[in-house]
Design a protein around this ligand. Structure first.
Ligand code: AMP
Length: 522
């Protein structure tokens, strides 16, 4: 039995220790001292949770009741971690009429046995903020250290188990081998795999070994569907449970899909009466308004497009090549509700597929490596996304002298958007102009020059260009905070005055809209 005073001492030491490594060592050492049945609670407490994430119980209180916060020295036998755990269970289970009073009584009884420092720590666990500077990520590393397990393997187990307390209990009792044996679990959602953006099929073929599976990139919401034949659970990209908002999807899953138990990955798209995709906001209305779902059901029908299968017939496929997972997906779905897909080997075929996706009103395409395993929460070159370019109007505020084939030209243009009384840099590009246009542009810029350091010529902001880009990114280098990814001049807009260029505020809106449409974290 571990004294709660030891846990309290750990918290005090963590506050005193500034270095991340030092904190990690303290947590790992503490974990090693614990008997197996105290690990889960200790890890939950450490991360500011009265119960492990996988335990659905909640205290339903704001904090220690006022009289319990200041009650003098501890009375009765010293508290253990198990005592605090048991007291929390008592508080969570107090229900019915008079629940509030009962909860307060139980918390007050707990506080009476605690020292002042322990009371402080209990209050923080209840409040959900330990203020020890220990993140979930740090605890995860400490678990690996304590168990002598590989960091990556521990992280992977955490993705599958969805709960640090469970990971810790497993790691410290079963060791590295137990962690390695963890596979995805039904009704424990995993972070979805994501793709890296590119504008170039050449890069895709290089990374994927000359062959890639292209799929339509649907502008809907990511869903992960778990089913054991009885229960169906659906989670969003950020792992909120959206099952109750999608009764029609649950119905389809029950009625039309086989191969349970399974975990599928896909996209759900809202449709209008004519079957055309609706803006993502319409779908979000469904996600949010659980209570009105019945009313919205007829109004906002959904289309389902699955593209991956992580478990089929109870077998994990997560480490199988994606080609095999697609095969399993075809069996589970009998070929229905799938993403439009084509395996291609040439840029010409890929361009044709992209054109088809765009013509059908989709955002672009995903390109997936047929050899790749599924990496939950991963974003890399195994999956690429290629989107249709969008445009903004920028003003050229400076240009760099060209080299190589571009010697003699001002060929790398600094692009800016309007920002109240000035101009905000958002990117550079040397792409999009013909040789003739470069020559003409160089002359014009020279006539607008205000300074020249031999490499960069700064100019009066006068020339407006329409700039294509594939994504707006946060930029650590530009004071504007934003940068255009894959910028390319589409047109010189002599019909526009600099005062008509895109503003920084508009660019920020466009940046935010990228998140709105996908509901992803900012
Ligand atoms: P992004 O949000 O731009 O990183 O794009 C990734 C998102 O595209 C995923 O989270 C999915 O919601 C969505 N998506 C649409 N179609 C597909 C597809 N065929 N494969 C993978 N993701 C897709």
């Amino acid at each position: 039995m571990t004294a709660f005073a030891d846990f309290t001492t750990l918290c005090v030491e963590l506050v005193r220790t500034a270095s991340r490594l030092g904190k990690r060592r303290l947590v790992a050492e503490f974990l090693r001292t614990l008997p197996a049945d105290e690990v889960a609670s200790a890890v939950a407490f450490m991360t500011g949770r009265p119960f492990p994430v996988s335990d659905s119980r909640v205290l339903n209180v704001r904090g220690l009741p006022a009289p319990a916060r200041d009650m003098g020295p501890a009375t009765g036998p010293p508290l253990t971690i198990a005592d605090v755990e048991a007291a929390f269970v008592g508080v969570a289970e107090a229900g019915g009429a008079g629940a509030r009073r009962l909860k307060d009584q139980r918390l007050t009884a707990l506080a009476a046995r605690a020292s002042e420092a322990e009371r402080e720590v209990i209050g923080r666990i209840i409040g959900g903020e330990m203020r020890t500077g220990v993140s979930d990520g740090l605890v995860l590393e400490a678990i690996a250290e304590a168990a002598g397990a590989d960091q990556a393997r521990t992280r992977r187990a955490a993705l599958f188990l969805g709960d640090l307390a469970t990971v810790a209990a497993l790691a410290l009792t079963g060791g590295p081998d137990a962690l390695a044996a963890v596979t995805p679990r039904l009704f424990v959602p995993m972070l979805p795999m994501l793709g890296e953006i590119t504008s170039d099929f050449g890069e895709v073929f290089a990374a994927h070994g000359g062959v890639t599976a292209l799929e339509f990139k649907y502008d809907g919401a990511r869903i992960q569907v778990h089913s054991d034949g009885q229960r169906v659970g659906i989670w969003s990209r950020r792992l909120s449970d959206v099952t109750a908002s999608l009764p029609d999807v649950v119905e389809i899953v029950r009625r039309d899909l086989g191969g349970v138990p399974f975990i599928l990955d896909g996209e759900v798209v809202a449709l209008d009466a004519a079957g055309r995709p609706l803006p993502f906001q319409e779908l979000m209305r469904r996600f949010r308004r659980v209570h009105d779902v019945e009313a919205l059901l007829g109004q906002v029908p959904l289309a389902l497009h699955f593209f991956d299968c992580l478990v089929a017939e109870g077998q994990s496929l997560i480490d199988e090549p994606s080609e095999r997972r697609w095969g399993a997906l075809r069996r589970v779905t009998s070929g229905r509700y799938l993403a439009e897909r084509s395996v291609v080997t040439t840029v010409a075929e890929a361009d044709a597929f992209l054109a088809r996706a765009l013509a059908a009103g989709h955002e672009g395409v995903m390109a997936k490596d047929l050899r790749a395993a599924y990496e939950p929460g991963g974003r890399g070159k195994r999956w690429f996304k290629l989107k249709a370019a969008e445009t903004v109007d920028c003003v050229i505020i400076a240009a760099d002298r060209g080299s190589g084939r571009r010697v003699g030209w001002l060929s790398n243009y600094h692009l800016a958007v309007r920002d109240s009384d000035g101009w905000a840099d958002v990117g550079k590009t040397f792409k999009g102009l013909t040789d003739q246009e470069f020559t003409a542009m160089t002359e014009r810029l020279k006539s607008l020059a205000v300074s020249d350091d031999g490499y960069t010529v700064r100019v009066t902001p006068e020339i407006v260009v329409e700039v294509e880009y594939n994504e707006i990114q946060k930029s650590p280098t530009y004071p504007s905070g934003l940068a255009l990814r894959f910028a390319r001049i589409a047109r010189i807009r002599d019909d526009k005055a600099p005062g008509q260029a895109t503003t920084l505020a508009q660019l920020r809106d466009l940046y935010e809209a990228q998140f709105r449409t996908k509901g992803r974290a900012g």
